[in-house]
Write a protein that binds this ligand. Structure first.
Ligand code: FNR
Length: 188
């Protein structure tokens, strides 16, 4: 069996360290996890006016989440919170009312920042939002990555063995969490 994981990169930057981190996580993940990026950069700003008729980008977002058995958020912290582009995507996916895409969906959060606390505050903010959206979050382990230049190469190789071991363990735990949740809440 393989498990389909949709992942979000919370940065639109062409030089995103969180995108590099996502490549590293995919490399280090157990082989039974299959990853597909769920893009957020093309979404208009959400308004309830769209609820009657979602635009194609927003329908694609909801379809991509529906096709996933779990989601992984790899995101920077902006001003101690969630980057607006990512929050916008979550707001789209949570609506129209009664069709919240995150309901009972296995989820996990991770992020990198050049700063010492490695997105910890932003992740708390994201976790609060995902709780309200009723996602089945992995509560532990947490992963706050302080990104130093060269920590992850362009193709996702981690150059620090202790960080590599930590991220490998994190992805193993994520995999176990996903399997545990899907046992009680199966998703075709
Ligand atoms: C930041 N940055 C930042 N870093 C941090 O540790 N805590 C924070 O609250 C913020 N706030 C913040 C706001 C805005 C608008 C920007 C553009 C940046 C710095 C941030 O961690 C750094 O730019 C990372 O490189 C962002 O991740 P990506 O885009 O490279 O993945």
């Amino acid at each position: 069996t393989t498990y389909r994981v949709g992942y979000f990169v919370g940065s639109l930057s062409s030089t995103s360290i969180n995108r590099l981190l996502s490549r590293a996580l995919i490399r280090l993940a157990p082989e039974d996890l299959e990853f597909t990026e769920i893009p957020i950069g093309g979404l208009p700003l959400y308004s309830p006016d769209y609820d009657e008729d979602y635009p194609p980008e927003a329908r694609a977002l909801k379809d991509a989440i529906a096709a996933s058995q779990a989601v992984l958020f790899v995101t920077p912290e902006y001003n101690r919170s969630i980057p607006g582009a990512l929050k916008n995507a979550i707001d789209w996916a949570s609506r129209p009312k009664g069709t919240n895409s995150f309901h009972h969906l296995p989820a996990a959060v991770i992020g990198a920042s050049p700063g010492k606390i490695g997105t910890a505050v932003g992740q708390q903010s994201l976790r609060a939002v995902l709780s309200f959206c009723n996602a089945r979050q992995m509560t532990a382990p947490e992963a706050y990555v302080t990104f130093t230049p060269g920590l992850v190469t362009a193709d996702g190789e981690v150059t620090d063995p202790s960080v590599e071991a930590f991220l490998t363990a994190y992805m193993q735990e994520f995999r176990d969490h996903v399997v545990r949740v899907l046992t009680v809440l199966p998703r075709a």
